[in-house]
Design a protein around this ligand. Structure first.
Ligand code: FAD
Ligand code: NAP
Length: 536
């Protein structure tokens, strides 16, 4: 594509999920021209793609929503404590309409390449529907937007219907009367299995690694609770932004071993009954002390053994290979109880390894299970997958794939040295997936908008992190991660689910509030660690 054919714009934003939508709104406020390029047919990102049965948020809806517009958060009413996918998608659509965003979004447009022309200080962004030329490029491409099928021999030979939770069809899918195989037991599967099992003739779950899951206790929105939030939304949001996870909930400041076993049990039980991810706030040291973590893990294993009637199934469902919380903790509705249904069977792939997929179903060490449908709840090439799929070349033709060969290298998760004027929203090296993503998205968008405003004031044309600042941030990120139990789990946080992906801890675990203070300080001090210049 020649530069002359490219349409000029101040900023190209890639992705029209919650990050891209808010970025576009802020860019307009700065008086910049912008286009959003989006592969999907409409806005919503994650919530446009993940339409599997049972899909819903695991951060309470009163918090899993934008805070940037006081009228929006007052006007919108969530019908449940944890909203389902259709309602979250409707919310994204409402925001797009309310702020008239769609006129600057090109749907069904996939970005294939982005090349920086240092001489002209422009990014040339190529798509399957023409090219764009921009001073700035914002990658709002999502951390969990590249669905991943597993490397299982014979996967293409299956003759029945095949689904991936992250790429679910837009037409209604019924499982009535069908024999369904589900591969995977992460958050997506844990939400989908109970709903599929309620409809299907038979469900066989193929589990490689069991996961910890806490009941959501989802329910219709309580008017008093909604009122509590809305009466002082601004103040509650400000507090949430300074929490470790960006979620406002009570965190016990005691360590688990500081209380006696009876009190510990009572605290866990209260959190279990309350439901949701706040279980991990039961004690301050659950992600840093193995001994403390063991007590929480054993409590949850105890509940699984209580709920699941068949002892062998309960034991197979009880996670023992990773500390609780070091893989994103799951939140469910009736997940473990679903295994008491006569039409649901668990196949433990650790005991009976998966041999392959055949035309008729799934073959394991225990024999072949015939299936009409296969549901792959096998996750994503997380955090870097969507960026790696774009051929990105920065200064002097430096390829992002090359620069990140041993793992992503960013300064603050926001930019990477050698890639001037390219920003990442919730990129690797920022709290992103370890947080309420809405909080992290808004924080990144606001920081980027602030940086663009500062550049305009200084008449700077180019911003780029220094190599020294980036190396220090990467080192600091690893140091902080190594103070926790997280690196002990073979998780997608570590890139462990993608063969050949470097094993580095991808998000920043220093905490959402701490991270915000670091970013704010950088902005307040005139962007140390970044070079701002007039020209490239
Ligand atoms: P996305 O919503 O992923 O949007 C990125 C968009 O970029 C996508 O629409 C994609 O099509 C587009 N794109 C990517 N590459 C290209 C390209 N090359 N060209 C064109 N377009 C491209 N987080 C929470 O905090 N709480 C939750 O409860 C929660 N629940 C989740 C449930 C599921 C099932 C999943 C998968 C994730 C969940 N998350 C949750 C994380 C969720 O991804 C974020 O909360 C948030 O929706 C991310 O928004 P985003 O705009 O950054 O990215
Ligand atoms: P995931 O957590 O990565 O789970 C993938 C599952 O597939 C794992 O159980 C994995 O087993 C299994 N798997 C992968 N390859 C396999 C193979 N070859 N053979 C057998 N099993 C295989 O993916 P996800 O469930 O889609 O969740 C991803 C993230 O999205 C979550 O962690 C969360 O951040 C977000 N999410 C949130 C919600 C929510 O509650 N709001 C819902 C869905 C997703 P191993 O563990 O053994 O690899």
């Amino acid at each position: 594509m020649s530069t002359s054919a490219a349409r000029p714009v101040d900023v190209v934003v890639v992705g029209a999920g919650f990050a891209g939508l808010y970025m576009l709104h802020r860019l307009r406020g700065l008086g910049l021209s912008a286009v959003v390029l989006e592969r999907a047919g409409d806005v919503g990102g994650t919530w446009w793609w993940n339409r599997y049965p049972g899909a819903r948020c695991d951060v309470e809806s009163m918090q899993y929503s934008y805070s940037f517009d006081p009228a929006l958060q007052q006007d919108w009413h969530w019908s449940e404590r944890f909203a389902g996918q259709p309602e979250i998608l409707a919310y994204a659509g409402h925001v797009a309409d309310r702020f008239d965003l769609r006129r600057d979004i090109r749907f069904e447009t996939s970005v294939t390449a982005a090349r920086f022309d240092a001489g002209r200080g422009r990014w040339l962004v190529e798509t399957d529907a023409g090219a764009w030329e921009a001073r700035f490029c914002v990658m709002a491409t999502g951390c969990l937007s590249t669905a991943k099928l597993p490397e299982i021999p014979g996967i293409e030979s299956f003759a029945g219907r095949r689904f991936h939770t992250g790429h679910w069809p837009h037409h209604p899918v019924t499982f009535a009367g069908r024999r369904v195989g589900v591969i995977g037991t992460g958050s997506s599967a844990i939400q989908a299995i109970p709903v599929i099992a309620a409809e299907a003739a038979r469900v066989t779950v193929f589990q490689r690694t069991p996961n910890f899951s806490i009941p959501s206790r989802n329910k219709p929105m309580d008017g008093d609770y909604e009122g509590w939030w809305k009466r002082d939304y601004g103040a509650h949001r400000r507090r949430a932004r300074m929490m470790r996870t960006g979620i406002l909930y009570e965190i016990n400041d005691k360590g688990a071993m500081e209380v006696d076993p009876a009190e510990r049990e009572a605290i866990y039980r209260r959190r279990w009954e309350a439901g949701g991810t706040s279980f991990m706030g039961a004690f301050a040291d659950l992600i840093t002390s193995q001994d403390s973590n063991d007590t929480a893990a054993e409590f949850v294993r105890g509940r699984i053994r209580e709920i699941v009637a068949d002892p062998a199934t309960a034991e197979a469902l009880a996670p023992k290979d990773h500390p609780i919380g070091t893989k994103r903790i799951c939140v469910d509705t009736d997940y473990f109880a679903t295994y008491n249904r006569p039409n649901v069977t668990l196949v433990n792939l650790r005991a009976h390894p998966l041999a392959g997929i055949t035309e008729a179903g799934v073959r394991t060490g225990a024999g072949e299970v015939t299936c009409d449908d296969l549901v792959f709840a096998t996750g994503f090439d997380a955090m870097t997958g969507a960026l790696a799929a774009i051929d990105i070349a920065g200064r002097d033709g430096l390829l992002l794939a090359e620069a990140w060969r041993d793992g992503p290298r960013t300064h603050l998760g926001l930019m990477s040295a050698g890639f001037p004027n390219m920003f990442f929203i919730t990129g690797p090296g920022s709290p992103s997936v370890l947080s309420n993503m809405m909080v992290s998205i808004e924080q990144h968008v606001d920081w980027i908008a602030g940086a663009l405003g500062a550049m305009a004031a200084r008449q700077a044309g180019v911003i780029e992190p220094t190599a020294a600042a980036q190396e220090e941030w990467v080192r600091h990120g690893m140091e902080v991660a190594n103070r926790t139990l997280y690196p002990r789990a073979a998780s997608w946080y570590m890139g462990a689910n993608v063969p050949g992906k470097p094993r580095v801890f991808l998000p920043y675990i220093g905490g959402v509030g701490v991270y915000r203070e670091i970013c704010d300080k950088v902005a307040a001090e005139g962007y140390p660690g970044f070079s701002l210049s007039r020209a490239a």
